[in-house]
Write a protein that binds this ligand. Structure first.
Ligand SMILES: C[S@@+](CC[C@H](N)C(=O)[O-])C[C@H]1O[C@@H](n2cnc3c(N)ncnc32)[C@H](O)[C@@H]1O
Length: 247
């Protein structure tokens, strides 16, 4: 199969400012997807102790080191142009404006937050470690436990990753149960990020992919209880949401 997602997203495509409202990161060990590393930077800003970026994109660790070095040496007003100017790895053109990203990304939203992130990264340059992997075929040591697991919107593409003869909801249950093994007591697992949630997400229809139907996802993962948090994405003026599981 052709490798998917090998271009790096220079910055987040999620409205992290809303998404992270429900999550306590203080002193927590975090596992996150997201080739931009923005989930990781914001988790660190909000107090995370250690972050692993686990992403299918093989260019993510190289990009992450370059972006970290740009953040620690560049004023906030030059960040966007420097990061989007990176030539060493292929970058995705799926990119919000600098103005939007300042709303989406807490670490870009003020001089104070940006300076705080710079200090945290300088004090602990290896606070993020990078692993290449497919979330649908999890490759972690059994003993690895995380307090917060963030899947970005990767499960939106579940149908592309699973074998064609498999039932997507059985596969979802398998993936969920594997992730649960790595979730610490009282852990938080962000399962889905829904861009522009609407009534279509509350029917059984799966035109846009199996996990677009929250109803089917909830049914597939019973008796585990899923919760939803929704927030206004001020960059798109849509209501976005996360579906999560808490131990
Ligand atoms: C559509 S992008 C969204 C970008 C993301 N918001 C960010 O900040 O980088 C989805 C992200 O999930 C990753 N991804 C998608 N499917 C994956 C999978 N099966 N396993 C691991 N990573 C995956 C992609 O490489 C990409 O970083």
């Amino acid at each position: 199969m052709k490798k998917l997602f090998q271009e790096v997203y220079p910055f987040t495509t999620e409205y992290i400012s809303g998404e992270f409202e429900e999550i306590d990161f203080k002193g927590k060990k975090v596992l996150t997807l997201g080739s931009s590393s923005d989930q990781a930077y914001n988790a660190i800003l909000l107090g995370a102790g250690k972050v692993t970026v686990y992403d299918i994109n093989e260019n993510v660790s190289k990009f992450g080191r370059l972006k970290r070095d740009i953040i620690t040496t560049t004023p906030r007003k030059k960040l966007y142009s420097k990061v989007t100017g990176i030539k060493e790895v292929p970058l995705s053109g799926d990119l919000f404006s600098e103005k939007d990203l300042r709303q989406m990304n807490p670490y870009m939203s003020s001089e104070e937050n940006y300076k705080r992130l710079q200090e945290l990264l300088l004090a602990n340059p290896d606070i993020i470690d990078y692993r290449v992997g497919d979330i649908t075929r999890l490759n972690l040591d059994e003993a690895d436990k995380y307090d917060v697991i963030l899947l970005s919107n990767a499960l939106q593409y579940l149908d592309l990753f699973i074998d064609k003869d498999k039932d997507p909801y059985e596969e979802l249950r398998r993936i969920f149960n594997e992730l649960k093994i790595h979730l610490s007591e009282e852990g938080f697992l962000q399962l889905l990020y829904i861009y522009s949630i609407s009534k279509n997400n509350f029917t059984k229809s799966t035109v846009m992919g199996s996990t677009q139907s929250i109803l089917n996802v909830v049914n597939a993962l019973r008796p585990n209880i899923l919760s939803m948090s929704h927030f206004t994405n001020k960059s798109t003026n849509n209501e976005d949401a996360i579906i999560y599981y808490k131990r």
